[in-house]
Write a protein that binds this ligand. Structure first.
Ligand code: GUN
Ligand code: FE
Length: 455
């Protein structure tokens, strides 16, 4: 089951998905249910691999495959603070809860412990790609990149640049230090994964409030020198944040799009988190510059003071790239299923608020946002997000049977694949995520028959 567009969910009842070297999808062959075995044999014979190198593995009863989830926005050093400070406004929440917590990542031993739990926890939830904000610390950020690579998660990892409006105990010492450490982290990430197989650096000015002009100009230089690097920041998240940004940068008359564009940070590799408050000018500019939106429906309504459903229907109508972010720990959950459900809830509230103009999101649409939409936001749509031949295999084996053993979905005889899928999206959790594959490598679970995708 995968998406081919925001509104098109493709459910293929029987198929052969052939994965070749480096985890690349060689073919997706649709099979008819009558004469299944014959068709399977023929499809296998046509594969461009020597038969002795082929291992065939079958999904079990009630199981199906979906693409891995893409979490376009979250904070690894907030993994242990998830759930704290619900209802607080953004600047208060940062200073009272988040900065004291993130400051603990000056200790590399602590960083390794929490980041290991975070990456393992994300993989368990089926998040095969994540765009991570690290803390302000270079050493901890390098550790995070190492752990993603070790555990086999596809990731963007960035050290937060924060040179002002941050407490003495949690701030870059100077713009010069911030930029030097950023360059160090970029070199480190390039050195551990030179082929950019899984892990990439992402330039991460936390938000304009925490960066002085020298830092933003320096990041502009870094972005220009490294055109392949992604950029991420928080954007038009909440009134308190927008007012403070306007006070610090009056020359941009309240437009964050103009601000970040002026500092050369908006482009097709830019991931803008939240985008709750978007007027026509902001929408047109991010569309023109081909930026992606990380829609964070949980944190938008629980932390930060946006308390607002972002205009996702407007993004889709305007063909602005959009995916989902857990934004954990501002978001209390690091489950993409929770994010999908909250995206639906928020969109229905928006439908009412817009007097029917912004229609609520459907299950195929929120599933698209969590998979192919997220891949598009991360500029990875040529590599992941669906099971198209030529992409890499990042996929989840979903189990829907075993209610008596703790799986929450209740499947009944009369269910169709559509209703089973719908029940999984609305009632499932990580217990349904039986196996997780990134680039064809199994990173969670193991088939009972010991089957691998490729010998
Ligand atoms: N703006 C700046 N930093 C943060 C953060 O950590 N979380 C959220 N939600 N917004 C931010
Ligand atoms: Fe965030």
């Amino acid at each position: 089951i995968h998406s081919s567009s925001p509104s098109t969910l493709e459910i293929i009842p029987s198929a052969l998905l052939a994965i070749g070297p480096q985890g690349k999808i060689n073919t997706l062959v649709k099979l008819e249910d009558d004469s299944l075995q014959d068709q399977l044999d023929q499809a296998l014979n046509r594969l461009p691999f020597p038969p002795e190198q082929i291992t065939v593995t079958h999904l079990g009863p009630g199981q199906f495959l979906i693409p891995g989830f893409v979490d376009t926005h979250n904070h690894a050093p907030q993994y242990a603070q998830r759930g704290l400070g619900q209802g607080m406004h953004i600047l208060d929440w940062l200073s009272k809860i988040t900065f004291p917590n993130e400051a603990k990542f000056s200790d590399p031993v602590y960083a390794r412990k929490i980041y290991t739990a975070c990456v393992e926890g994300f993989l368990r939830q089926g998040i095969t790609t994540a765009s991570y904000y690290g803390s302000v610390h270079a050493e901890a950020t390098k550790i995070l990149a190492d752990i993603c690579l070790e555990k086999g998660q596809r990731a963007y990892v960035g050290k937060c640049n924060m040179t002002r409006n941050s407490p003495d105990f949690y701030v870059d010492k100077s713009a010069g230090d911030s930029l030097r450490e950023t360059r160090e982290c970029i070199s480190h990430v390039k050195s551990i994964d030179p082929a950019e197989r899984l892990v990439n650096y992402v330039i991460t000015p936390r938000f304009a409030i925490s960066c002085d002009e020298e830092t933003l100009r320096g990041l502009e230089d870094i972005a220009r020198e490294n055109e392949d690097l992604a950029v991420q920041t928080h954007f038009n998240e909440a009134r308190q944040e927008m007012e403070e940004t306007q006070r610090l940068f009056p020359q941009f008359a309240g437009s964050e799009a103009d601000l970040y564009e002026d500092f050369g940070l908006l482009g097709k590799r830019t991931i803008l988190a939240h985008c709750c408050f978007m007027d026509g000018h902001e929408l047109e500019k991010i569309k023109k510059l081909d930026c992606g939106v990380a829609h964070c429906p949980i944190s938008n309504m629980t932390v930060g003071g946006g308390f607002m459903a972002a205009p996702v229907r407007e993004f889709l109508n305007r063909k602005i790239k959009v995916g989902l972010g857990t934004d954990s720990g501002g978001g209390f959950s690091s489950s993409m299923l929770d994010s999908m459900r909250q995206a639906m809830i928020a969109s229905h509230a928006r439908e009412v608020l817009s007097e029917g103009k912004d229609k609520g999101l459907s299950i195929p649409e929120v599933f698209y946002l969590a998979t192919l939409g997220g891949a598009t936001v991360c500029c990875l749509e040529d590599k992941i997000g669906s099971f198209e031949a030529g992409k890499e295999f990042d996929g989840l084996v979903i189990g829907t049977q075993g209610h008596d053993q703790g799986i929450m979905t209740m499947v009944e005889e009369e269910d169709t694949m559509e209703t089973v899928f719908e029940k999984f999206i609305m009632t499932g959790d990580d217990r349904n995520v039986i196996e997780v594959y990134v680039q064809g490598r199994c990173v969670k679970g193991q088939r009972d028959d010991g089957g691998h995708l490729m010998k």
